[in-house]
Design a protein around this ligand. Structure first.
Ligand SMILES: Cc1cc2nc3c(=O)[nH]c(=O)nc-3n(C[C@H](O)[C@H](O)[C@H](O)COP(=O)(O)OP(=O)(O)OC[C@H]3O[C@@H](n4cnc5c(N)ncnc54)[C@H](O)[C@@H]3O)c2cc1C
Length: 522
């Protein structure tokens, strides 16, 4: 994994998994967007990283985890300085990392995590938990740098499986594919498949309240978590001792989405499901996005509930970004069924979709989507190599607010972006009461691509709050959404979160500036 991470410097995947741009897209970029390929990315080994930690601090950390697990090499620090948003990739490509850690520390177990936190509290040293490093909201980049990164890669065991209750205890640093591999040996799966599946970890999913592509059937990661062990500078907290409880507020919920600001999640007890006996993915065409949204709502509210439900708007359908565009207009809905009664559920779903005005395109578009479900970030690499910027943002709202939110975000983006730019959207997570919207923006770099994106993103964030959406359905808050998150929860909400943080992390060393801004000095 460490070699793979090196190979993934300044891009999403490793070069051998790179996906070339389709010729038509490459042509469009040159002719319409007039892009020119940028300079090659800075080499990882060229990143300068002067030593920053005092000898006594390094010795205290080494005494806990062993000197071989405290890495101060420049390359290792650079690889842990940020996540994988497009602005992160720009910083990496430029070799300029605003929040370089002073060391990367890799504890072996929960007790070592606790002991590292004690060292950090004693030395007033900021500490950033690091799972798969796939954050897209600045969750790994506190404002100052000079912190230590707590890389959880050695917490990589399946601790226990309870086949009777259908639960499993997974250590936080397990990457999702490895967690599924270990569970498969017991006949189980998580059913959690975000687009970042190849690299993201169990602890990261819990810390960010992640949501996967099959959330319609398996639920969000929040729904899967039945318990957690959390190391804090004040000691250990264990949450979740029964499937349901009315014993006070649910402390699990306090740590789900806490993004490393309240503690370090060291293991997660998850609900697991039997491995799917059958799978079937189909494509359906709807005359318009409005019609497709109405069909998705009908299924979400009245059933039957497919495992995957993914509706592209007209532009995304045309570009075939999440499935195969048919070139004959309308919107593509991908419907996936996994489990034991696929044929029955597929037939019942088909009846409903037909009633809602859908036209079956057979299994080909659905199977195509499934085969290419992880391609988009690789294509983003290819776009960046060509000189075009591709970045995403997401939100969610109640069904009644969804059409207004869709229009408001598109308008805000178009007003802030240069001409020509493209804005694509899909719905990929549905609930009885509402759904998510996921936007993709494609535009040329311009002179200052990061500033260009920041302006567009700020305009979209303002529009989201004004139109009644949440600032994030599944990417989290990090530093990038912090100001809008504060508007969403209000000043009292921020104070409550600060009070929790103060209690668990009195020295304020855990992920400072992530989730909530530090309290201003009196
Ligand atoms: C191309 C791409 C596609 C993506 N697709 C999806 C998607 O489909 N659905 C989705 O939900 N998200 C998606 N994301 C966002 C990201 O993958 C998720 O937020 C994921 O849950 C992060 O997991 P991670 O292990 O990489 O965490 P990291 O990026 O390492 O960390 C994320 C945050 O959690 C904290 N953290 C990590 N581990 C722990 C821990 N054990 N204890 C406490 N705090 C911790 C970190 O400090 C940081 O603030 C995508 C990202 C990319 C780059």
């Amino acid at each position: 994994m460490r070699e793979e991470r090196r190979a993934g410097w300044a891009r999403w995947g490793t070069p051998e998994h790179a996906k070339p741009l389709p010729e038509a897209v490459a042509g469009l970029l040159k002719q319409v967007f007039e892009v020119t390929p940028p300079a090659a990315p800075a080499a990882l080994d060229a990143v300068a990283a002067p030593a920053e930690l005092a000898a006594d601090t390094l010795a205290a950390l080494a005494a806990v985890v062993g000197a071989e697990h405290v890495d101060t090499a420049a390359a290792e620090r650079a690889l842990h300085a940020s996540g994988k948003s497009t602005p992160d990739l720009f910083h990496q490509r430029a070799g300029e990392l605003p929040a370089l850690p002073a060391a990367v520390v890799a504890p072996a177990d929960h007790d070592q995590v606790l002991a590292v936190l004690a060292v950090c509290a004693a030395h007033r040293l900021a500490v950033v938990p690091f799972g798969g490093g796939t954050s897209v909201v600045g969750g790994l980049s506190p404002e100052t740098g000079g912190h230590i990164t707590l890389d959880l890669r050695r917490l990589d065991r399946l601790v226990a499986v309870d086949p009777v209750s259908r639960t499993a205890v997974l250590q936080a640093g397990l990457p999702a594919p490895r967690a599924d591999e270990l569970l498969a040996a017991h006949g189980f799966t998580l059913g959690h498949v975000p687009q970042s599946y190849e690299y993201a970890t169990i602890g990261g999913f819990a810390a960010t309240r992640s949501s996967g592509q099959a959330s319609a059937g398996y639920g969000r990661f929040d729904d899967m978590v039945v318990g957690m062990t959390v190391a804090t500078p004040r000691g250990t907290l264990t949450t979740g001792r029964a499937p349901a409880s009315s014993a006070g507020p649910d402390l699990r919920r306090l740590f789900l989405g806490s993004e490393g600001a309240f503690g370090v999640i060291t293991d997660v007890t998850v609900r697991v499901r039997p491995l799917a006996a059958q799978r079937r993915y189909e494509g359906w065409r709807f005359p318009s996005f409005v019609d497709g949204v109405a069909a998705a709502r009908r299924l979400a509210q009245d059933g039957p509930r497919p495992t995957v439900l993914r509706l592209s708007d007209e532009v995304e359908t045309m570009l075939g970004a999440t499935g195969r565009g048919r070139g004959d207009g309308g919107c593509l809905l991908v419907v996936g069924h996994e489990g034991a009664s696929v044929d029955r559920v597929a037939a019942e779903t088909a009846d409903v979709l037909r009633e809602c005005g859908g036209e079956s395109l057979g299994t080909e578009p659905g199977e195509q989507w499934a085969a290419h479900r992880f391609d988009a970030p690789y294509l983003r690499d290819a776009l960046l190599d060509a000189g075009a910027f591709a970045e995403t943002l997401e939100t969610a709202a109640f069904w009644s607010a969804l059409p207004g939110l869709y229009e408001a975000v598109r308008e805000a983006l178009f007003a802030a972006l240069p001409v020509p730019s493209m804005v694509l959207c899909h719905v990929s997570h549905v609930y009885e009461t509402g759904a998510s919207l996921y936007f993709t923006v494609v535009t040329a770099f311009g002179d200052e691509p990061v500033a260009r994106w920041q302006r567009a993103k700020a305009a979209a964030n303002d529009a989201i709050i004004a139109a009644g959406g949440t600032i994030s359905h599944h990417h989290g808050v990090g530093t990038e959404h912090r100001d809008w998150f504060a508007q969403e929860v209000g000043p009292l909400g921020v104070d409550v979160l600060r009070a929790v943080k103060r209690e668990l992390d009195p020295a304020g060393v855990l992920n400072p500036g992530i989730l909530v801004a530090p309290r201003p000095a009196p």
